[in-house]
Design a protein around this ligand. Structure first.
Ligand code: G6P
Length: 369
């Protein structure tokens, strides 16, 4: 079918704004909404009780979705997770468990490195589950099980809605595995599903804060380097936020685990380099805030994307604040925090007059290794 920009200036803007809808649609595909439980539309065809670990491989943004999923798979299904970028994974010649589960993640389903990782895992007896947006793709065809993201066609070269849909699928998968492995009770599953179902509405709220992101974007657009910090599931998001900035605005950006700041990047802190801190109100908030204060104490240029409580706890002078409601909490907050990270990169790049839909040197799907 026809894909157009609708009322948006760019495909990317349209795709960012479509997220509440497509994430909702993806969740509906994997959940029994009436019952409030997960219902996978496929059989995993492997003994999930016997699984001790899963392997994940992907490239770029899809890899970051896998990194977020690691937190969920460990926590909800008590599975250990081996994850690597596809271009490294394949050539490490990694040992894989007998009858193991391999999850590959790809929007296009055509990324050459990811396909090579899939084939390697298949040769080593793994059951292949792919999370793909294009059901007719090579990766989908070569998989034992296909979990589709219902993002619809993604035209913008930098992935946005495919990413959050990948997260939605992973969240459902982690809960289903947790339930099947006897880690989660039905009540706990219901509670977590309720939290997950709230995500699309919260994403819509985050999109409503777009006007507050514009002045922050103008400020970031002056920088030559940016540091992004997060903890837990927001650590991969910090890397994703940094990747989006690099891809779209060509500003050098790095995503770091907030706790790792003191082991190196703290040396970079000065008045000019924006340090963007992702701080949802979770168990690690206090720790993240203390990292933020380490930046403040060195005269750093702080931008907080967080809840009002994080703002208050920070008690520091901020160059920018993007408020995300206090209710965006818990293990799936990262789904919602993806939105301000995408919007920020989008606005920085458009202020700088960059072509956000077709960034230089990048391809939507990379079919060479
Ligand atoms: C390219 C795109 C990225 C994408 C990556 C993986 O580099 O520019 O946005 O994340 O490929 O693509 P895939 O289709 O495998 O998800």
């Amino acid at each position: 079918f026809m894909v157009d920009k609708g009322n948006y200036r760019h495909y990317m803007a349209k795709e960012i704004h479509e997220q509440p809808e497509v994430v909702g649609r993806t969740l509906a595909h994997y959940l029994d909404l009436a019952e409030g439980v997960v219902r996978l539309p496929f059989d995993l065809n492997c003994d999930v009780k016997k699984l001790s670990r899963v392997t994940i491989s992907a490239c770029g943004t899809a890899y970051y979705a896998g990194l977020v999923a690691r937190y969920w798979l460990e926590r909800f299904a008590r599975l250990s997770v081996e994850i690597d970028i596809a271009s490294e994974f394949r050539y490490r010649d990694p040992p894989l468990p007998e009858d193991g589960l391999m999850i590959v993640v790809s929007q296009s389903g055509e990324t050459a490195d990811t396909l090579a990782a899939l084939r390697y895992a298949k040769e080593h007896g793994q059951h292949i589950l792919s999370i793909v947006n294009v059901e007719t793709s090579t990766i989908a065809r070569e998989s034992d099980t296909v979990a589709k993201t219902l993002a619809g066609p993604e035209i913008g070269v930098a992935s946005t809605k495919a990413f959050t849909c990948q997260l939605a699928v992973f969240a459902c998968l982690a809960l289903a595995l947790g339930r099947a492995r006897g880690v989660l009770t039905k009540e706990r599953e219901r509670e977590l599903v309720t939290e997950l179902i709230a995500a699309p509405g919260q994403m819509a709220e985050a999109l409503n804060r777009e006007a507050a992101i514009e002045p922050v974007a103008r400020d970031v657009a002056r920088a030559s380097s940016v540091l992004y910090l997060g903890r837990g599931p927001c650590f991969p998001l910090a890397m994703e936020g940094a990747l989006k900035l690099k891809e779209l605005s060509y500003i050098h950006a790095e995503g770091y685990a907030a706790g790792e700041l003191k082991h190196g990047p703290i040396a970079l802190i000065d008045y000019a380099m924006p340090v963007i801190v992702l701080a949802p109100p979770d168990a690690s908030l206090e720790k993240t805030v203390s990292n933020l204060q380490e930046v403040a104490a060195r005269g750093g240029h702080l931008i907080l994307i967080g809840s009002p409580r994080a703002r208050e706890a920070a008690a520091a002078e901020l160059a920018g604040f993007v408020e995300i409601p206090e209710t965006v909490a818990g293990p799936f907050a990262s789904l919602v925090y993806a939105v301000p990270a995408q919007l920020l990169a989008y606005h920085v790049a458009t202020f700088m007059g960059k072509d956000v839909d077709q960034p230089r040197n990048l391809a939507k799907s990379v079919t060479v290794e």
